[in-house]
Design a binder for this molecule. Structure first.
Ligand code: IMP
Ligand code: MG
Length: 175
């Protein structure tokens, strides 16, 4: 599964991810029962977590996507965030949950939540598979983060290094 020259070390197993995701799905199902729910996945990294999470939710919900770019490829992001793909429908009549793969500096989600808040949804929450709190450049925090990790570059479950390793079924440290 590795590209030549790379070394992967498992940090979070598929079983751990599945268990935590199922639990979150159950929680969301309880909290939002009878309410109009929209999950907003942030592309590209969230596609696997979103796919798993939405199937762990057993109440009706809708799914949409946004994409943001924070300039530059490789292992570090920059402060400026552009929304490169936006929602096509109004969110006024929905409880919105933003679904993200990882919160690092916090810049991406700070920008996206600011934009969505202005559109006046019934409520707005953020869930993330991973969180690197030690890397924060803003005061942003998720409402729910499944795994808090140290300042390490990780891949798998949708997270990539220059497009690679998104399909790993676990989270690994790229050494
Ligand atoms: P933020 O704006 O710095 O919070 O960046 C969030 C985005 O940076 C994530 O959605 C990822 O796409 C990317 N990112 C941050 N840390 C990692 C990592 O360890 N592996 C892969 N992508 C990462
Ligand atoms: Mg991302």
């Amino acid at each position: 599964m590795t590209y030549a020259g790379d070394n992967l070390k498992v940090l979070i197993t598929k079983e751990e991810i599945d268990t935590a995701t199922d639990l979150l799905g159950k929680e969301i199902s309880k909290i939002y029962k009878g309410k109009p729910l929209l999950l907003v996945g942030i592309l590209s990294g969230s596609f696997i977590f979103l796919a798993d999470l939405c199937r762990a939710i057993d109440i009706p919900c809708e799914i949409a996507f946004m994409k943001a770019s924070s300039y530059g490829s490789g292992k570090s992001s920059s402060g400026r965030v552009d929304i490169t793909l936006d929602l096509s429908a109004d969110i006024k009549n929905y409880h919105v949950i933003i679904v993200e793969d990882i919160i690092d500096t916090g810049n991406t989600l700070k920008a996206i939540t600011a934009v969505l808040k202005e559109r006046d949804p019934l409520s707005l929450k953020v869930v993330t598979l991973l969180d690197k709190p030690s890397r924060r450049e803003t005061d942003f925090s998720a409402d729910r983060s499944l795994f808090s990790i140290p300042d390490l570059f990780v891949v798998g479950c949708g997270l990539d290094f220059d497009g690679r390793y998104r399909n790993l079924p676990y989270i690994a440290i790229l050494e």
